[in-house]
Write a protein that binds this ligand. Structure first.
Ligand code: 9YT
Length: 131
């Protein structure tokens, strides 16, 4: 059994930040269980495009409000606490946060923590403050 706390992860190499987002990798590939599990926080009034070519991701929004746009199919969804989206088609997508959004994310196969975002299909490319 593995037991971890947010306090134990904060400030370690499992706590990763980019422009307008931060992610705490709670479970990684090295834990050997076939998935990774992340708490990702996205700043209010920021916008991000992601494309996970090699991973399936499920996201459960626990805090905040914004929109999700499926850029492959040109459909936009409202997100609020309790919303879930599953990228079962490796969809290119855009997240726009009106308020700070905190979400719990599961990846299969697991993220290892060593990914180079541009070459491994994990693309947190854009963070554009809109105010
Ligand atoms: C919102 C989202 O797609 N989070 C994914 C994980 C995060 N980009 C990370 O841990 O690198």
């Amino acid at each position: 059994m593995i037991v971890r706390t947010t306090a134990a992860i904060t400030g370690t190499e499992r706590d990763v930040a980019g422009t307008g987002w931060r992610s705490k990798r709670i479970i990684l590939g090295g834990d050997g269980v076939g998935f990774s599990f992340h708490e990702t926080t996205i700043d209010a009034n920021s916008e991000h495009e992601f494309h996970y070519r090699n991973h399936v991701e499920a996201v459960w929004l626990v805090e905040g409000e914004g929109t999700l746009t499926d850029l492959d199919n040109n459909v936009t969804y409202e997100l609020a606490p309790g919303s879930m989206y599953l990228l079962d088609g490796h969809e290119r997508h855009r997240l726009q946060a009106r308020t700070q959004m905190r979400m719990m994310c599961v990846f299969n196969p697991p993220v290892t923590g060593q990914e180079v975002h541009d070459s491994d299909g994990v693309y947190p490319l854009v963070a554009v403050p809109t105010s």
